[in-house]
Design a protein around this ligand. Structure first.
Ligand code: SF4
Ligand code: SF4
Length: 201
């Protein structure tokens, strides 16, 4: 039984004289090729020429540090749960006394890995993160010769202190405004004096 009415009966028939000549079909094809010579070429001569990306292009991830340089990720695992490709794995550890300048929260990711071969760059990890720790950036993931090289660890994901990555274009103005409000614990760094009674999330 047909599921739709879009099926078409195909008859096997003899080719007409014109069709058997093949020449008209070849000329028609050549005309299409010729017409493309005068059109603007869409080819980009990468890497000499870099294509302009959309402001929210989703490329290689970054694990952000806060303004004081501490890693924002608290290894809650929400990004891994949200990831439809199961590309993220991590192992958490407890922050020790004196490590407040390294890790923002009491728990941090000792290991954090993204398998770039699995990732489909959907951005759901970025949306799931409650700590503004993971963002996709406009960086292109470099190709490699082995699969192992495509598993990116913290060495490649955490932003370098001297090469911070600006993600403010990916954040809504309301969010950027909220972050200025130091009454919220979420916006405090280890350098800020933490109010004991009034602080809330
Ligand atoms: S961008 Fe999507 S597929 Fe890639 S790690 Fe994040 S959630 Fe997973
Ligand atoms: S990146 Fe965000 S969502 Fe993922 S484990 Fe770290 S804090 Fe949680």
């Amino acid at each position: 039984m047909a599921l739709t009415n879009r099926s078409k009966q195909v008859a096997v028939r003899e080719l007409t004289f014109m069709e058997r000549l093949y020449l008209p079909a070849i000329i028609k094809g050549m005309m299409i090729t010729l017409s493309h010579i005068f059109k603007r070429t869409p080819t980009v001569k990468y890497p000499d020429q870099i294509r302009e990306m959309a402001p929210v292009y989703r490329g290689q991830h970054v694990l952000k540090r806060d303004e004081a340089g501490a890693e924002r990720c608290t290894a809650c695992g929400l990004c891994a749960v949200a990831c439809p490709a199961e590309a993220i794995t991590m192992e958490s550890a407890e922050r020790k006394k004196g490590e407040e300048n390294l890790y923002r929260e009491e728990k941090y990711a000792r290991i954090y890995e993204i398998n770039m071969l699995r990732c489909i760059f959907c951005g759901l990890c970025e949306e799931a993160c409650p700590k503004e720790a993971i963002f996709l950036t406009d960086r292109i993931v470099p190709s490699s010769f082995t699969r192992g090289e495509e598993i990116f660890g913290k060495d490649l994901l955490v932003e370098a202190m001297n090469e911070r990555i600006d993600v403010s274009k990916r954040q809504r103005p309301e969010v950027l405004e909220f972050k200025k409000d130091k009454r919220h614990l979420h916006n405090l760094t280890y350098q800020d004096a933490r109010p004991k009674t009034t602080a809330h999330h």
